[in-house]
Design a protein around this ligand. Structure first.
Ligand code: AMO
Length: 443
């Protein structure tokens, strides 16, 4: 374990004092105080845990800020004491305090009740008071687990020869088309916030062969839905020398398998606090878009529409089918109509009008879009022209095709959506640290 200079090894807010073998120091915020006759139980919320400290009347020294010598929930304290086994306490131990030092005092009552096992406030209240509501153990566990999701993504890809990149978020044009572009004035030039790292990750395949990025992207979604944010974290990868988009899909499945194992091994306390049932990532079934639409009509009596996409209800039904009939909580839908996919998507020469493009659905929601990209210069120019785009506006992007690009493909996985589905939450705002939507730009 790495140590911070002068602090001794720190494990979730508790460390050896160095003065006596069984003496420890606990630093954190007072989560709950319970007085039981001559004993005070003070539960300290440390960086990741709750640690029960026991103060016996007359058996400890109190120093610090309050003149009346009182302790309050919310105060930040440092407790020095003896660690003893206690099966009934969280973590199986408690600390018998010898001294407690008040480092700073809480002057106000929290706007939401932090020390109840479940935060009972509604989503708007939680978000209005986000900086404090995030201190609730369950709320903060969501974001500790999010750390694990990102770490696993990073570990897996780094171990498989992908290079991590950081592409710009202020750009001259949107890569994903559509109306949801945040426009801005960049010193007199029209510019926008990046909708995705698409163009840059493809450019970087020409440099490193395999790349990945975890970063915010921006979508000016005008509707308030439970699945859309205006700023979200996109987990992207892009890989060269592929034989087809199946290589990208296989890489995603293997990464997800690693991720679930990694979470199980390293985040068991958050998984149990949030009552998460991790999915088994086995062989992920694959259905073509056309087959999916036929299946929806056959099995669920859905009217097949020609809109070229799946609607939210269809995503739920396809996942229901996949779980019940195919034994998987994930399902890939491939070969979407080209007209609904961006200019960089490669068309299937054997199935005109459909693209080598896929979505991954998980527990009823699209969490990923990916596919194979056009690597041939002329093919890319022609496609842009067919879509009414002006190739000269994409000079830098097209330079990679001109100077030789390997067959390549990749995907974008929405971090908040993946976690929302893992946790069985009904709104993507719960898994966004400080969500941005049509009405919310603070805190
Ligand atoms: P796409 O636009 O489908 O594809 O986005 C990829 C994934 O990002 C998530 N996502 C969102 N999450 C929250 N709020 C939103 N408004 C939002 N929009 C999208 C979803 C989605 O599956 N460049 C391509 C990816 C690629 O082909 O590599 C892209 O961005 O989970």
């Amino acid at each position: 374990m790495m140590t911070i200079k002068g602090m001794g090894p720190l494990q979730e807010g508790i460390r050896q004092s160095g003065s006596a073998p069984d003496e420890v120091i606990v630093e954190g915020c007072i989560h709950r105080i319970r007085e039981m006759g001559k004993v005070i139980f003070v539960v300290i919320r440390t960086s990741r845990s709750l640690i029960q400290c026991v103060l016996d009347e007359g058996g400890y020294q109190l120093t610090g800020l309050r003149e009346d010598g009182s302790l309050n929930e919310g105060d930040c304290v440092r407790v020095t004491g003896i660690k003893k086994e206690e099966p009934r306490a969280f973590g199986g131990f408690e600390v018998h305090g010898r001294s407690i030092e008040v480092l700073s005092v809480a002057n106000a009552l929290p706007p939401v009740s932090l020390n109840k096992p479940k935060l009972s406030s509604g989503l708007d209240v939680i978000l209005d008071h986000r900086p404090i509501a995030l201190r609730h153990p369950q709320q903060r566990a969501i974001f500790k687990l999010q750390e694990g999701i990102v770490k696993a993504f990073r570990h897996y890809l780094s171990a498989n020869d992908f290079t991590e990149i950081h592409s710009p978020k202020t750009t001259s044009a949107g890569a994903e088309g559509g109306a949801n572009i945040f426009k801005m004035d960049y010193f007199g030039q029209p510019a926008c916030l990046a909708q995705s790292p698409q163009i840059y990750k493809q450019m970087m395949v020409g440099v490193f062969g395999r790349v990945f990025e975890v970063a915010p992207v921006f979508r000016a979604e005008k509707h308030n839905t439970t699945r859309h944010l205006n700023e979200y974290i996109s987990m992207d990868f892009e890989m060269g020398y592929i034989k087809g988009m199946e290589d990208v899909m296989d890489t995603e499945a293997a990464m997800l398998r690693y991720m679930m194992d990694y979470l199980k091994e390293n985040y068991s306390q958050e998984l149990s606090l949030l009552k998460v049932e991790l999915p088994v990532v086995g062989e992920i079934p694959v259905l073509k878009f056309k087959e999916a639409k036929e299946l929806l009509a056959r099995e669920y009596g859905r009217r097949v529409t020609g809109n070229g996409d799946l609607d939210p209800e269809e995503e739920v039904l396809l996942c229901q089918y996949s779980k019940e009939k195919l034994g998987s909580e994930f399902i890939f839908i491939t070969h979407f109509p080209s007209s609904r996919r961006p200019f960089y998507a490669m068309d299937d020469p054997n199935d005109p009008g459909f693209a080598f493009s896929f979505d991954l659905l998980f527990r009823g929601l699209e969490i990923t879009t990916g596919g194979q990209r056009i690597h041939d210069y002329q093919q890319q120019v022609t496609k842009m022209q067919e879509m009414g785009l002006e190739p000269s506006d994409f000079e830098h992007y097209l330079s990679i095709h001109k100077h030789g690009m390997p067959p390549h493909g990749g995907l974008g996985l929405g971090l908040e959506r993946l976690e929302m589905q893992l946790l069985g939450l009904n709104n993507v705002r719960y898994t966004s640290l400080f969500p941005r939507d049509v009405k919310r730009i603070t805190p």
